[in-house]
Design a protein around this ligand. Structure first.
Ligand code: MG
Length: 159
């Protein structure tokens, strides 16, 4: 059996915050605002996994009203979701995702992001694809107000 799920997230860019994308901190004059580390890509991946497993969404499991998740490391949340999925007899097969961001360029960090996500997912790097796009200077992404991410996950039976 193969199951598929989608995920989407966006976070506002602001001063005095870290820019963490897929568990990798990227040097930039602005970072992402949010209750946790605001790792927009990892949040989209989490929602894709939860969606495929029929387990709701990130807000249900890690509410942003809960002090436990303040400044949370989203990769740790992802690892928790992978365990949750395993408890349901499932495992990730592959992830594909797109980060939509005007600046900085994602390219130089893409391999590190794939490695970080692959490790958390228990997948080979070839099964974790990360793509980058921009907002073409239109919309909230294009104006540099925020970053969005999309992800799709497929799950199979745990061996
Ligand atoms: Mg989020």
């Amino acid at each position: 059996m193969t199951l598929a799920g989608i995920g989407y997230d966006s976070h506002r860019l602001g001063a005095g915050r870290r820019l963490v994308i897929g568990g990798v901190e990227i040097a930039h004059e602005q970072g992402l605002e949010g209750h946790s580390d605001a790792d927009v890509l990892t949040h989209a991946v989490i929602d894709a996994l939860l969606g495929a497993a029929g387990l709701g969404d990130i807000g249900e499991h890690f509410p942003d009203t809960d002090e436990r998740w303040r400044d949370a490391d989203s990769i740790a949340l992802l690892e928790e979701v992978v365990s949750m999925i395993a408890a349901h007899g499932l495992r990730p097969l592959n992830i594909d995702c797109t980060v939509i961001m005007e600046a900085p360029k994602l390219g130089p960090h893409r391999l590190a992001i794939r490695e970080r996500l692959a490790a958390a997912l228990g997948l080979e790097i070839a099964r974790v694809n990360v793509k980058a796009s921009t907002g073409e200077r239109i919309g909230f992404v294009g104006r540099g107000e925020g970053v969005a991410a999309l992800a799709i996950a497929s799950l199979g039976d745990a061996a």
